[in-house]
Structures are given as C-alpha cells and as structure tokens.
Design a protein around this ligand. Structure first.
Ligand code: NAP
Length: 254
C-alpha cells in the first residue's frame, strides 16, 4: 500500500515517522519547497508543486497511490483544495490531518478576523508596534500601513512588497514564553498579529501577550472542505491508514 502525505508541518513529520515503521507500507512525503532548509521527514520525500489538481491527479495515478493524508498547514488552502479534487477524480481515499486551533483564555485580548486583509484593515486601530508572524507571503497586505512599525518574524527573507517600517527576524520555532516576553519588551511591541495555526511550537507568543496584556489580532483559519474526513492527531491518522489496509476501498469488507 502506497500513502502520500502532503506535508510541511510537524504533524506530517510525526505521521511519516509512524507510517514508515509499519511493515508493508510505502510512504512518500511531499513538500512545496518554500524553505531553503526544510525539516525533512523520514522516508521518501518529493519536493515541489504538482501543477494544480490535474497535476496531482496525474501524479497519484502514475505513482499508484492508494491513500492521501493532507497534513499541510491549516492555512495552505490551495493544495488542500487540489487534494480534494484530485482524490475525488482518481478515486483515492483522502484524510485531512489538522491540529486544532488555539483557544482564548482568561486574560487574553484577541481580535479575531476572517482574513489577512482584514487583519491589515484593523491593525492601525489596535497598535503601532506589531510583532507580525503571519508568514512572509502575507507581507504585501501590510505594505501600505505607514503608521505601524513591524517586527516581522519569518523562516525565509521576505520579498517586496513589504511594509516600509520593519525589522526582520529570521527564526524558526519552537519559542519559549520567557524568550517571547523578552522579545516583546525589547521591541516595545504593543500588538501581536498571528494566524490561528494552533502549533504548540509557536504558541508561547500568546502566553507572553497575555502576561503583558497586549492585544492579539488573530486570523481565523479557512474551513476544512466539507465531506472530507479529518482527524486532529498523527496517531488518529495512523489508525485511519491502518483501517484502510484492513479493509481496502472496494473490497466489500466492513
Ligand atoms: P498553498 O497556498 O496551499 O499552496 C500553493 C501551491 O504550493 C500549491 O498550489 C501547490 O502547487 C504547492 N504546494 C503546497 N503545499 C505543497 C505540498 N505539501 N507538496 C507539494 N506542493 C505543494 O500553500 P502555502 O500556504 O504556500 O504553503 C506551502 C507549504 O508550506 C505547505 O505544504 C504547508 O504545509 C507549508 N506551510 C505553510 C504555512 C502557511 O502559513 N501557509 C506555514 C508552515 C508551513 P501546485 O498547485 O503546483 O501543486
């Protein structure tokens, strides 16, 4: 049985590690190729886009893939939509592995917004010195905000258009609450802007913001495609794959 993991997340790497340890399974992880030094999962890895849903469908057929787990980042909506279309067209079972989003706690001051564009629209009314962790590909939306200074934290250097007033920190998590508090204090940050990734590795900024009583502009995640089964943890995804192996689609087994 051959499984494709659409990856780029810690959960995808955990899942790959668990599946390659199972006998009789061939596992391929796919990465977009966005970062120059990607964290590689164990097992076979391919890097680069497929060429939309049609390209992915062709790849699934050519590679004789039996099941796909979409374990991409909750905000990677384009590849997730491609996976739904391609798996439907080829008749391959698809599972979404998506960690839960963050939950507001006592002392938090979150302003939930539905999109990056809306985050940029509300930001000048919330603060003047922003820690921006929404990813380098989102910076264009903030480029016109001349009255806000940005501390941009990203894994790779951003490319224009970017905000006129910004400092870039090239760092990859995990981060600690103490470190995040020190960062916010050192740069006199008065607002944190983040996507609701739900990642434990980068959640410490929320603890630091709560401690310092700073507002957080929180971009909500796009919804998971309706009708596609989803799980929240790698062990649950392993159980789904194992279940397919015991009763492959079309076998008539129940
Ligand atoms: P996206 O907007 O959904 O995808 C854009 C295009 O990149 C897709 O159409 C696809 O190209 C290609 N692609 C994306 N993920 C791929 C994968 N795992 N394997 C092969 N091709 C892939 O995605 P994104 O937001 O740019 O994120 C790119 C990757 O980075 C994802 O794999 C995601 O898990 C990871 N990541 C994203 C974020 C984030 O904040 N968005 C954060 C951390 C990690 P084709 O159409 O040519 O197939």
């Amino acid at each position: 049985m051959r499984v494709l993991i659409l990856g780029g997340t810690a959960e995808a790497r955990t899942l790959a590690a668990a599946l390659v340890a199972l006998p009789g399974l061939a596992v391929v992880s796919s990465l977009a190729g966005r970062t120059s030094t990607p964290l590689l999962p164990p097992g076979e890895v391919r890097i680069g886009g497929f060429g939309g849903a049609a390209g992915l469908a062709a790849w699934l057929r050519a590679s004789r893939v039996d099941a796909v787990v979409d374990a991409t980042h909750p905000f990677a909506a384009v590849i997730s939509a491609s996976a739904v279309r391609a798996c439907h067209d080829v008749g391959v079972p698809l599972l979404v592995l998506r960690r839960p989003g963050w939950t507001e706690r006592a002392g938090d001051d979150w302003r939930r917004v539905p999109s990056i564009a809306e985050a940029a629209a509300v930001l000048p009314g919330v603060g003047r010195r922003a820690l921006l962790t929404t990813g380098r590909q989102t910076l264009a939306a903030f480029a016109g905000l001349d009255r806000v200074w940005f501390l941009v934290r990203a894994v790779e250097p951003p490319e224009p258009p970017v905000p006129a007033r910004m400092t870039v920190l090239l760092e990859r998590g995990p981060f600690t609450a103490d470190g995040e508090e020190a960062l916010l204090r050192a740069h006199r940050i008065d607002v944190v802007v983040t996507k609701d990734s739900g990642s434990p590795a980068v959640a410490a900024k929320l603890d630091a913001a709560r401690l310092l009583r700073l507002p957080v502009v929180m971009v909500d995640r796009p919804p998971v495609s309706p009708g596609v089964p989803s799980v929240a943890t790698a062990p649950d995804a392993v159980a789904w794959v194992t279940g397919l192996r015991l009763s492959p689609p079309g076998s008539g087994a129940v």
